[in-house]
Every structure is written in C-alpha cells, then in structure tokens.
Design a protein around this ligand. Structure first.
Ligand SMILES: [Zn+2]
Length: 276
C-alpha cells in the first residue's frame, strides 16, 4: 500500500513524463498478480529460473509459466517481458550463478509461443559489480541473429552495469573495499542498440555511486549523523549517474518524441493481433 501511494504521487506530480511501472524478475504468476494488483503496468516473468529464482528451468517449463503470465496480463493491457537463457552473477538472490547463452532458434520459437512483448537475452552479461575476472567477452552476434529473424522484437539486456572505475575508486578511497570490480563497457552496449535492444538494465552502478557519496561524507565529516543530511550528496550522485546513462544510451530528452500508450491502447493492440 505504501509503495502504491508513492507511485501514484510520482505519477501525479509529473504529468509531463510518461511513466511505466515495471516488475523486474517476477518469479511466478502469483508475484505478477500481486504486482499488477498494486498498479504495475508492465511485468517481467523470469521463467529461465524456477520459482526459487535459482534453479534453471527447461525450455518447456519456461514457455509454460511465461504463457500463463501473458494470458493473464495482456487482457488488462499489461506488457510482459520474458527471459531466455541465464545470466551470470546473482542480484538480490536472483540467479543460478552460471551462464547459458540464448539460442537464436529457441528465441524465435519462444517469442512465437509466448507472445512476450520483450525478451531478455543472455549474451554473457552478468548481474552485480563483480561480473568478470578478465575483460568481458560478450556474444553480441546473438542479438544481431535474433534481430535478423525477429526485427520487431524488443530485446532487453540485463546485468549491464559498466562499473565505472572512477566510482569504484571513490568507494575505495573512502574506506571501501571493492577490488577487481568490472562491468560491461558502455561502447559494447551502444553497439547492439541498433539491433533491437530497447531496454538496458543497470543497477550496480547506481549502488556504487550512492555508496561512494555516503562514504565520502562519513570520512570527510565524521560528525554528521543525520541521514536526511548525508543522503543529499548520494541522491545527487545517483541523479548525475542516471542522467549520464540516459545520455550515453541516446534516450535523454526524448520523452515528447513518442506517444505514450495507455493500458487501453495496449488492449486495443492485443485485440487487433487476435491475442485476447
Ligand atoms: Zn536482471
């Protein structure tokens, strides 16, 4: 209820910004139902993992749970993101810890069977700040192959923090300990945007920016103890990071260049397709 009211306030206070609220890594139909119940307008069902968010599923199990979610969500105009293949790394307890790259043939079959609006693909990215021991080798050709066969498909890249070394350095300079943290270079992400990548999930970079800013205050002004005070530079650091990412990914300033789709618009879209 608290979350619902916070979201409603954000929407009300920002009528000029088109806002969608998206559930990340939903682990079951039950979770999806709960999210939609409190006002989420878009959901992810991560059917690449079982309900425990750890054990990889079979292709058939993934299709089954994803279909259950699209069947439930589309009649309400709610868009659905699925996932095929598994990412490396573990985020908030989500992840099998091993990588299984997305197979382009399976991707075509998966999208046709499940009618997902967007597909998260596994191309070697990884959740968290310690993605890679050496320089990352991403299988970017997988995105190109899928795009060639499904040019309309919106693809999603999870685990795409770049772990900027200047932010890691701030954390370490002010008493942190993040040795060898490495991420996905922004240039690699930018290189696949023309091939249908429409959503890039970045979380760790924000965590590192916030942590660095808080650590700096603690070390430089140890007398401070009011979170309302020491959280200010942290919020500013996060805002700066998000602005930079939006700029780098080519989305900054484009809120008024497309027409937002309401849930009613999406219902009409699904009806036209004969999906509902
Ligand atoms: Zn993710």
């Amino acid at each position: 209820m608290l979350l619902k009211k916070l979201m409603e306030a954000a929407v009300e206070e920002n009528p000029d910004i088109p806002i969608a609220l998206h559930l990340d890594h939903g682990n079951s139909l039950e979770t999806v139902k709960k999210a939609i119940g409190i006002g989420f307008t878009s959901v992810m069902i991560d059917g690449s993992l079982k309900e425990d968010s750890k054990t990889p599923t079979t292709f058939e199990e993934n299709v089954e749970v994803t279909c259950a979610v699209t069947d439930y969500s589309h009649p309400m105009g709610i868009t659905v993101e699925g996932e095929l293949g598994t990412l490396g790394g573990i985020e908030d307890g989500v992840g099998s810890g091993r990588v299984q790259l997305t197979d382009p043939d399976q991707a075509v079959e998966f999208v046709e069977k499940t009618r997902v609006d967007a597909l998260a693909v596994a191309i070697g990215t990884s959740h968290g700040a310690y993605k890679f021991k050496a320089e990352p080798k991403l299988a970017l050709h997988i995105v190109e192959e899928i795009h060639e066969r499904l040019p309309e498909l919106h693809m999603v890249m999870h685990g795409s923090s770049s772990v900027p070394q200047e932010l890691v350095e701030i954390v370490n300079r002010y008493g942190g300990n993040m040795p060898n943290a490495k991420g996905v270079p922004m240039s690699e992400i930018q290189s696949v945007i023309p091939y249908g990548v429409r959503k890039v999930n970045i979380d760790s970079d924000g965590r590192i920016a916030v942590t660095g800013a808080i650590r700096k205050v603690f070390i430089e002004t140890p007398e401070k103890f009011d979170p309302r005070d020491y959280m200010k530079p942290a919020r500013a650091a996060l805002a700066e990071l998000v602005a930079q990412k939006m700029h780098d990914l080519g989305t900054a300033g484009s809120a008024d260049t497309f027409k937002p789709q309401s849930l009613e618009d999406m219902k009409a879209f699904y009806r036209e397709k004969g999906w509902i």
